[in-house]
Ligand binder design. Structure first.
Ligand code: PGA
Length: 251
């Protein structure tokens, strides 16, 4: 069985005081959850603060991005090794906002995935189509390309450690969730690509999360789909109560 992952992407929100408050309220609400991997992804500057708060608990720490070099003259960047040093076990890679606003491409995403895996981080590898691409019937073509290029040259043993997040760009922060069927269809497609390009074992064991306006009201329907193994949550992860009810979707 694939163990579900519920990850909160805090994006560019939460000062250190606010992060303390959020984690302080979240911990008692999710500390009995032992059937789901719970992950939070704060901004770089509060990683160490959150690390100290979640140490010894069931909450794992993720960064929202990383660079691919270990060190060097790369002003403003943070390497996977430094994220491990700051207490991270996970890192989000290829989020559509990075692709849209900060120049991430399938090639740089591939380099970041390789570097994160080399540092023993678990990547949350994001793929997703824009509204234009969906309307032009290019969803599978786009997702197929993002997957193949993103995973190019990565050994099967390492691919099996990656968590994939399907996030349709048109559903992110818009309040417009993909229907359970729309999400399931793409998740099944992602699994079929993994089966074709890797193996049935990898396809069956890889966890595929859905992201895009996930809320307490829609998590159960999404999680009831065969190929949906969790969620990457933006807006609803900024409040302890809503994130906790997503984490505790199982009751
Ligand atoms: P949202 O963001 O839940 O606010 O739509 C999801 C994401 O961008 O990961």
């Amino acid at each position: 069985m694939r163990r579900p992952v519920i990850a909160g992407n805090w994006k560019l929100f939460k000062s250190s005081v606010e992060a303390r408050e959020l984690v302080g309220s979240l911990l008692p609400l999710v500390n009995r959850t032992d059937t789901v991997d719970v992950v939070v992804a704060p901004v770089f500057t509060v990683l160490a603060t959150v690390r100290d708060l979640v140490q010894g608990t069931n909450i794992r720490l993720a960064a929202q991005d990383c660079f691919w070099e270990e060190e060097g003259a790369f002003t403003g960047e943070v390497s996977p090794k430094m994220l491990v040093d700051a207490g991270c076990s996970h890192v989000i890679i290829g989020h559509s906002e990075r692709r849209q606003y900060f120049g991430d491409t399938d090639d740089t995403v591939n380099k970041k995935l390789k570097a994160a895996l080399a540092a023993d981080l678990i990547p949350l590898f994001c793929v997703g189509e824009t509204l234009e691409e969906r309307e032009a019937d290019k969803t599978f073509e786009v997702i197929g390309r993002q997957l193949k290029k993103g995973l190019a040259g990565i050994h099967d043993d390492l691919v099996s450690r990656i968590v994939i997040a399907y996030e349709p760009v048109w559903a992110i922060g818009t309040g417009k969730t993909a229907s359970n069927q729309q999400a399931q269809e793409v998740h099944a497609f992602i699994r079929s690509v993994l089966c074709e390009t890797r193996s049935r074992t990898i396809a069956e064991s890889t966890r595929i999360l859905y992201g895009g306006s996930v809320k307490p009201e829609n998590i159960r329907g999404l999680m009831s789909q065969t190929d949906i193994d969790g969620a990457l949550v933006g807006g609803a992860s900024l409040k302890a109560e809503s994130f906790a009810s997503i984490v505790n979707y199982g009751g």
